[in-house]
Write a protein that binds this ligand. Structure first.
Ligand SMILES: [Mn+2]
Length: 313
């Protein structure tokens, strides 16, 4: 969103939320003739609200990389959607803008755990290893700061972080100026240490499943921990389940980075959603947890080995 606003400044109302708040379009109160820009939330999860806005005469520009479902054909809808496992919304926007604000796209790609793509983008805009690492920290910190069961869990409300960074054309300048980033980085390190001290609940050559307790630190770190596991053990599926107050589980699934597909299919089967390489279930009932583990070990294993003959999606 920030890249788009840098390219085309607008006075706009920001509608955002935590990682799991994906049904954002229903919160948009736009009038006929208004323009809505949507980034990084699934069209599938917002389709009813999207159709209402379009029918009301609102123009919608949509950038995303999640599973979309059928995209409506409507003259007021401009959709830029690419669900490929090796891209993200920052990179889709970067392409659209011809790389004008590529440093931000680098940070965004790191935040979505696309480190190899992010490094390639960084070298394309002439960044050395030190600045690339700073953008990696920024992307990972902003991503980490979006996770929590509610806003009390996160260090800085995502809307406030957006407001702070939106004043900057250059992310490296923002990093130097923003004291909250150091707090976020410190909390991320502490939370990661706690997560790394837990032992896997299940661990095979094909998959590892971790269970985290219902605590604020686990709510914050579950996504960052899943990304770290995916990078550290790229040849197996990595699953992080966190117990919720209502007894259900929040589950983050990372397909093997070396065969990044199937995570969305597995999660949709249990009422979740996401992308081929990374998906989640926000409320897996406790009585279905064993069935999920079985499906997970069987499903991702057979897909990883291509033993069903269908190959990658
Ligand atoms: Mn994304």
């Amino acid at each position: 969103m920030h890249q788009l606003r840098l390219a085309h400044p607008h006075r706009a109302t920001l509608v955002t939320g935590l990682k799991q708040d994906v049904a954002l379009l229903e919160r948009v109160t736009a009038r006929p003739g208004d323009h809505v820009t949507v980034t990084d939330v699934s069209m599938h999860a917002n389709i009813a609200a999207l159709e209402c806005l379009l029918a009301r005469g609102v123009t919608v520009e949509y950038f995303d990389h999640h599973h979309a479902g059928p995209i409506p054909r409507h003259p007021l809808l401009h959709a830029n959607i690419d669900p490929a496992a090796d891209t993200c919304t920052s990179m889709i926007v970067d392409t659209q803008l011809g790389g004008r604000f590529r440093r931000w796209a680098v940070a965004g790609a790191f935040g979505d755990n696309l480190a190899a793509r992010a490094r390639r983008l960084a070298s394309q805009c002439g960044l050395g290893p030190t600045d690339t690492t700073r953008l990696q920290e920024l992307g990972e910190n902003v991503n980490y700061n979006a996770y929590g069961d509610d806003e009390r869990d996160v260090l800085v409300p995502p809307a406030d972080l957006y407001a702070a960074l939106s004043k900057y054309g250059d992310p490296l300048e923002f990093i130097g100026d923003c004291p909250e980033l150091a707090l976020i980085a410190h909390a991320r390190r502490q939370d990661m240490e706690r997560a790394c001290a837990t032992r896997p609940f299940v661990s095979t050559a094909h998959a590892a499943i971790y269970r985290l307790p219902d605590t604020p630190w686990a709510s914050r770190v579950r996504g960052a921990f899943a990304n770290w596991l995916a990078t550290t053990a790229p040849d197996r599926a990595n699953i992080v389940a966190k117990h919720k107050k209502d007894g259900a589980w929040h589950v983050s699934v990372r397909a093997p980075l070396s065969a990044a597909y199937g995570a969305d299919r597995l999660c949709r089967h249990f009422g979740g959603d996401g992308r081929a390489g990374a998906a989640a279930i926000s409320g897996l009932p406790d009585h279905r947890f064993d069935a999920f583990i079985t499906a997970c070990l069987r499903g991702l294993k057979s897909e990883g080995e291509h033993s069903d003959g269908s190959g990658p999606r």
